[in-house]
Design a protein around this ligand. Sequence first.
Ligand code: PHE
Length: 357
Amino acid sequence: MNELKFIAERLLTQINNASTLQELETIRVYSLGKQGEISLLMKTLGSLTPEERKERGAQLNAVRDQITASLEAKKEILEASQLQERLEKEKIDITLPTRPQALGTIHPISQAMFEMISIFKNMGFSVAEGPDIEDDFYNFTALNIPQEHPARQDHDTFYLPPLEAGKERRVLRTHTSPVQIRTMLNKKPPLRIIAPGRVYRSDYDATHTPTFHQIEGLYVAEGVHMGHLKACLQTFCEKMFNQPQLPLRFRPGYFPFTEPSAEIDIACYRKDGQLIVGPGEDWLEILGCGMIHPKVLENCGIDSTKYQGFAFGMGIERVAMLKYGIPDLRSFYEADLRWLRHYGFSPFEALMEGASE
Ligand code: PHE
């Protein structure tokens, strides 16, 4: 009996220590297989007396059952852990990695617009918007450009039929200045807004496209004068072109909605056929501006004896061409992927700039 107990304990320990199914199977064959240790002991029962056989048989059966049960239990444990191991080993990452060659880019017009907005925001301006399809009133009349005014011809306007018969015709806005009117009609001074957006003129050659972008600026408060306008635009140009003390030239200009009016040129020069911003022998016009005409303030219900304001408007494409060294205006709209990849900006960099605001 002691010997049987000893064998049983040894086998149970082996089963317990088995670390693979294969090892367990070897133990099973070795103990319960045809030539197995327990099976061979069973065979010796025949040579015993009936009483001895009964007792010994019962003991052997108990040991065999114990080992069988133990083998079964261990098998289940090993199978489960083997499955787990396989699941971990055969795991497939089904998420698609990004493909750098297919990454989109930020269009230079959007990039220039973001940069301009962020500079003006730091000076306290907020962004205002207006519709692309305007009423004649906002685009012209309220800006002191009455029906038969010659300035209307300068704008090469796209006209649209009125919404209802007998009503005023509509226009695709020819500049962002109607947003000035909408802002002044809806809010009380002090006002400090910029209005970036798309504008339309029926004109197409190397330096004109029928759709382009402008950014409008408007500041209305008490005691505003030309000095404020100059400082604001000088600061903007220096920041935008990354050049402290960038020379600017204020030339007298004419706009029906400002008085006095000016056009601003920035200093530039040519090098290897490229136009570069900075002190040099050339000047390039980049924006129109002036003190808001008292008539325009009055058209918007603002007391022009109490409030003054300045306004400016500039072409975004023109600034983008100068800043990023883009030679041809028309290429902005050709949607040529090679051009977009070359002149476009990483969306991640653009986001980072916005985040550092
Ligand atoms: N709206 C003018 C243009 O499109 C620019 C401008 C805006 C001039 C505001 C003066 C003041 O040319």
